[in-house]
Design a protein around this ligand. Sequence first.
Ligand code: IMP
Ligand code: MG
Length: 189
Amino acid sequence: MNTHPLVKEILFSKEEIDSRTAQLAEEIEQYYRTQDIKENTVILIGLLKGCVPFMANFIKHFNYECQTEYMVVSSYLGGTKTTGEPKINLDLNISIKDKHVLIIEDIIDSGITLDYVKNYLSFKGAKEVKIVTLLDKPEGRSVSMETDWCGFKIKNEFVVGYGLDYDERLRNLPFIAVCDVDKLDDWKW
Ligand code: IMP
Ligand code: MG
């Protein structure tokens, strides 16, 4: 999709996202090369569905032995504000005991989702849980939660595209954009 009437402002083009993702993958790969890692394999855990474009891009640049796994954890129920109660809708079906785990997320806002998932994976016996997120909205935080690597920090605005949705739509925009939230109240798909 090229653009959309709900797009207010494009923040990052596909090219900017691509090159930042390649940088992140290289930095993270360098980090793992300095660690003592079980079977030399990192477990990448993508949080569906928002992670899809970012993770697909990331793994093409990540030159380190890895396995890809996915979880579905929901805390947004269709709107533009978090509900604050994460729920696992799709769990892992492998053991992560003593493994180095990297969570791949589209965006961190309140921090509630990542805080929950990070604790859950530690509880499952991961040796280390790191986080890479494409976007970070630091002003949105309601729990103290830092990511290890972040693509771009943004203001507290509702963004869509490149995997990020409003009401399950707009994930297919090839860029990241501020959503025109004033239009949402009486928007008809
Ligand atoms: P948190 O638990 O508040 O940190 O929210 C994390 C989740 O909320 C992300 O994985 C997204 O799915 C969703 N989210 C947060 N901010 C936005 C946004 O600006 N646009 C679309 N989804 C968002
Ligand atoms: Mg998400």
